[in-house]
Design a protein around this ligand. Sequence first.
Ligand SMILES: NC(=O)c1ccc[n+]([C@@H]2O[C@H](COP(=O)([O-])OP(=O)(O)OC[C@H]3O[C@@H](n4cnc5c(N)ncnc54)[C@H](O)[C@@H]3O)[C@@H](O)[C@H]2O)c1
Length: 437
Amino acid sequence: MRRPVSITPPTGKLGVLTPGMGAVSTTLMAGVELVRRGESLPVGSLTQMGTIRLGKRTEGRIPKIKDFVRVAELSDLVFGGWDVFPDSAAQAAAKAGVLDAKDLAKAEKFLKNIRPMKAAFDQNYVKNLSGSNIKKAKTKFDLAEQLREDIRDFKKKNKLDRVVMLWCGSTEVFQKPEDIHKDLASFEKAMKTNHPSIAPSQLYAYAAISEGVPYANGAPNLSVDFPALEEYARARNVPIAGKDFKTGQTLMKTILAPGFKARMLGLSGWFSTNILGNRDGEVLEDPGSFKTKEESKLGALEYILQPRVYPDLYGKFTHKVRINYYPPRGDNKEGWDNIDIFGWLGYPMQIKVDFLCRDSILAAPIALDLILFLDLAKRAGMRGIQEWLSFYFKSPMCAPEVYPEHDLFIQLMKLKNTLRWMMGEEMITHLGAEYYD
Ligand SMILES: NC(=O)c1ccc[n+]([C@@H]2O[C@H](COP(=O)([O-])OP(=O)(O)OC[C@H]3O[C@@H](n4cnc5c(N)ncnc54)[C@H](O)[C@@H]3O)[C@@H](O)[C@H]2O)c1
């Protein structure tokens, strides 16, 4: 066996801070509470329900992941957050309409006590949102300082050992990294001069890293994925990850597309459309926010199918993604996919997928896993981009010299091999020649 990585045990309480206390965040909080009380199972969470095979298939060593790597116990999680609306988590959960009244009632006492701190907000970045629970400061740097103070106060008040931050805020408008994002000095200077290209989510990410708090971005906007903060995270030994939770339609894409490619079936087109009626859908009505989401959703197929490597099969496919805000559906999104594929001798075939999904029900266990794995990474001394967490994201962050890995099955293998590596176990290659020698 190799030597395991040295990992500090998860003693004491782990604080979970979410900028944005909307549908995803409150579904996560309520769900964790119901699971800890034994009222429900953590379905969808790899850390809680998943197992990992160790050694040869003949050894029968298949522990649960949470026992193998010792992630924090759910009973040790303490929740807090920020939002532009002053609603408690109980009120926000009721408005989000994800959970039914029976489940909400069970979690109400717990959720009522989670009140959002004042948000660092700028309506230029989320046009279709205006709230009153907002911080005031002269500069963006001062806002970041206030966020840092919030983190320290939260830690002190709740007697926490460690904290993790997960952006569950609205999708901000589309933005590409600019000069001010290229290094830390330029970024800090730009915060002090109120540069318009610094989005609120970037202030939260900066504050988290400054406080040694791991940070992940559940939305598609530019938040921690630019050189200045990537470099800062490495310098401060902070793990970071992103971006955009891989939940409904993109999850399906990254399950189906690797299958077509494995069988060398061609693709001539993939048309995806969604109807959803939650606040996320309302925010995405704004073309700026939609552009951010669209970019994030479009990437997966190109990377999985590698048109340049397989020009005859994937060189000319059309890929369209549409999102329609349709209030009657609330959080229960419907995602339609029409997939035009072709087979032997170029004969065309069609596949239709109609996924009547529940967005936040799919996102909450991802959020939980990210929190627990980022905390594990921090305790294991891992820093900077955590590419092994690509499994959870629509647009996985990765080193500049490599392309992102989107194939769900490769992502899962990478995640599990990283856990084996941490614990000094052999990697699993699936070669298996030894069984036939
Ligand atoms: N639900 C999913 O399955 C899913 C999947 C992938 C990504 N996402 C992304 O996750 C994010 C959260 O989704 P949701 O469904 O919970 O949305 P939501 O609209 O219910 O909640 C977002 C909350 O963030 C708050 N907010 C916005 N800007 C803020 C700021 N600067 N500081 C603090 N709070 C702020 C809003 O007031 C709102 O309450 C969205 O960006 C969404 O695109 C969600």
